[in-house]
Ligand binder design. Structure first.
Ligand code: DNO
Length: 409
């Protein structure tokens, strides 16, 4: 697999020469200063591309070319926004940047309640606590009708938490859910947002009449409109799964499981309509089996996020070390190295370790933690590679990984 790294542009404290030293081959990035819906000019794209190439690297994947909310909920100006999206795609295509990661999650991108959950060895990881999230929904955001979405048992836990939680903890919850996790990935919320809850309610309101079927129709509409451009420029769209992969905040979620992915792949049955296999997002749902999903959609996976999670019996989850947990990354690497060895992969959501906490990196994107995880996966790739039969034997000899070959059949 191609070893790539999410780099947050020229302002990132982790510089391209640093990445070169640690064995990164390709860069995953975006024009972070452009607001959602704006056209990415050829000039700005080429400027960033040359900057990356001057460091001896290549711009492998765009993550993300954001899909504006109005495209998702089907607002009046959606066609205009899709036209802009198409121009950005054309400009990327002309520059030769051809793998595009995006998501179709309404309002929020990924969600966590704790960003520095101690793992017991001095390192920390991201964590999702169902009770605290429900508390945010019912007691802090006070979403209309929220309580009807939870069981009596859960509501009792919320009442109990309400009697002990401090104001500082409440503020931290808002900061973690709305600002720190969204600020750098979603154009909806910015660092320093003065009234995040007001804005949140306004955005939620846009979806009050949108159910799962409508969101799916809107996604198919968007994909059908952009496919000709993807074909013309030989580009692949890779939808990122919903994170976490279950329903929340009364919003429809449509990329949570193998069935959802199958629906998307069939609705627009074009190889350019593909998937970002985010092992972390999908593994946080105990209904998902990652090797099965990888094998099922192998030819449509154009990008992989390699990270893992551990899910607790109560549904809370923590980001696991990369060789542990439900992500089954070793098996995924075997599958890709065997059948799709050129797919770009990036490690994701590393543990914060050593000096990471002092350096103020974006949540989930520390230097040492990601570097450590990439070295682990690099070792797995090398080992797997060594076990593969020689290239000229691959089509005739039985594959050494019978479980994989068996599942393929
Ligand atoms: C989280 C990321 C996501 C991802 C977007 C893609 O760390 O994997 O924010 O970039 O959902 O659009």
């Amino acid at each position: 697999m191609e070893k790539t790294w999410r780099w947050f542009g020229k302002k990132d404290k982790i510089t391209l020469p640093m990445l070169k030293q640690i064995g990164v081959e390709g860069i995953v990035t975006a024009l972070y200063d452009e607001p959602n819906g704006a056209i990415w000019s050829e000039e700005a794209i080429l400027d960033l591309k040359h900057y990356i190439e001057d460091a001896g690297l290549r711009w492998s994947v765009v993550e993300s070319l954001p899909v504006s909310e109005a495209i998702k909920y089907g607002g009046e100006n959606r066609d205009e926004l899709i036209d802009n999206y198409i121009v950005s795609l054309e400009n990327l295509g002309k520059a030769g940047v051809k793998t595009i990661c995006y998501n179709f999650m309404p309002v929020l991108d990924w969600i966590r309640t704790e960003l520095e959950f101690p793992l017991g060895d001095g390192s920390t990881a991201l964590y999702f606590d169902k009770v605290r999230f429900a508390y945010f929904d019912c007691y802090i955001l006070k979403r209309e009708g929220a309580k009807a979405d939870y069981s009596a048992e859960m509501l009792a836990k919320l009442a109990e938490l309400d009697s002990t939680i401090t104001e500082a903890e409440k503020e931290k919850l808002v900061d973690n859910i709305v600002i720190k996790t969204q600020g750098f990935v979603s154009g909806n919320f910015k660092e320093g947002e003065k009234q995040p809850l007001e804005l949140f309610r306004t955005l939620l309101n846009l979806y009050k009449d949108i159910d799962k079927d409508t969101l799916r129709e809107n996604m198919a509409y968007f994909l059908n409109r952009i496919m000709p451009t993807c074909e013309q420029y030989d580009m692949n769209m890779c939808v990122h799964p919903d994170d976490p992969p279950f329903q929340m905040l009364g919003l429809p979620r449509i990329v949570t499981s193998a069935d959802d992915i199958e629906w998307i792949m069939n609705a627009v049955d074009n190889p350019r309509n593909g998937l970002t296999l985010c092992a972390g997002s999908l593994s946080a749902g105990s209904h998902n089996n990652l090797p099965e999903i990888a094998l099922k959609f192998l030819s449509r996976i154009h990008f992989a996020h390699l990270r893992s999670t551990q899910v607790f019996p109560n549904g809370n989850f923590v980001e696991a070390p990369h060789l542990e947990g439900r992500g089954e990354l070793i098996e995924l690497v075997r599958i890709f190295e065997t059948y799709r060895p050129h797919v770009p992969m990036r490690v994701d959501h590393g543990r914060a370790m050593l000096d990471d906490a002092k350096n103020g990196y974006n949540a989930g994107y520390p230097l040492y933690g990601r570097m450590f995880a990439m070295a682990q996966l690099d070792g797995v790739m090398a080992a797997v590679h060594q076990l593969l039969p020689p290239a000229d034997a691959q089509n005739t000899e039985p594959l050494p990984f019978h479980s994989v070959a068996g599942k393929m059949a």
